[in-house]
Design a protein around this ligand. Structure first.
Ligand SMILES: Cc1cc2nc3c(=O)[nH]c(=O)nc-3n(C[C@H](O)[C@H](O)[C@H](O)COP(=O)(O)O)c2cc1C
Length: 194
């Protein structure tokens, strides 16, 4: 079993998203999975041009030359994929948004309708990985995640993780109560990963 997390923080390896992702992947490894974390900031991921060539001229293949071909292979080879982002202006980072926009080549132009009346595009590949989502915010409080929760409610995710006060994960506090909370949180992340 392969579990991959795509980290959309511009801070990459120094991010709070990485602290969360690493604990989840540690739990997954404890359960026997192969794991990988991809730091999108280290990759060349250009913006979708909206040309629809991946539907019309080269069906299933994006015409932009960058690292997305390699990343889509990793995505499709994974059993579970996680998208990780800090909250930026109530939503995900541009980095993660650019990355997810580029998945247009994996669906066809044909529309399908869900039970609730909303539309989606028919998948082009036989098997999509199951997905989970990780967000962390700077501010305290659940309301920071309202926009993201509204979007991900429509996706069929295996779990969603919303962590407020994300900067506290960097540690550096001598307050034993906060340290205990962070350690307990990390243990619960490992269990989620397992
Ligand atoms: C451009 C920018 C926009 C941000 N917008 C929000 C926001 O809307 N709400 C919030 O709670 N935090 C916001 N933050 C704070 C980050 O979410 C917070 O610092 C987070 O812990 C960073 O996680 P990372 O280390 O994984 O990148 C923003 C930070 C930046 C740089």
């Amino acid at each position: 079993m392969k579990v991959t997390i795509f980290n959309g923080s511009p801070r990459g390896r120094k991010s709070n998203s990485n602290i969360i992702a690493e604990s989840i992947l540690e739990g997954a490894r404890m359960a026997g999975a192969d794991t990988e974390q991809i730091f999108l900031v280290e990759k060349d991921v250009k913006q979708c041009r909206g040309c629809f060539d991946c539907w019309e001229k080269t069906p299933g293949t994006c015409v932009i030359e960058d690292d997305m071909k390699e990343l889509i292979d990793i995505y499709l080879d994974s059993d579970y994929i996680g998208l990780a982002t800090p909250v930026y202006n109530m939503y995900m980072t541009g980095l993660l948004k650019n990355f997810t926009d580029r998945f247009l080549s994996l669906v066809t132009p044909h529309l399908r309708v869900q039970e609730d009346g909303s539309f989606y595009h028919e998948g082009r590949v036989k098997k999509f990985p199951q997905q989970f989502f990780i967000a962390n915010s700077g501010f305290p409080g659940e309301a920071n995640f309202d926009v993201l929760k509204n979007f991900f409610e429509k996706q069929d995710l295996v779990f969603e993780l919303y962590r407020d006060c994300g900067e506290a994960l960097q540690g550096g506090t001598e307050d034993p109560e906060i340290t205990k909370n962070i350690n307990e949180f990390r243990e619960s992340l490992k269990r989620a990963g397992s």
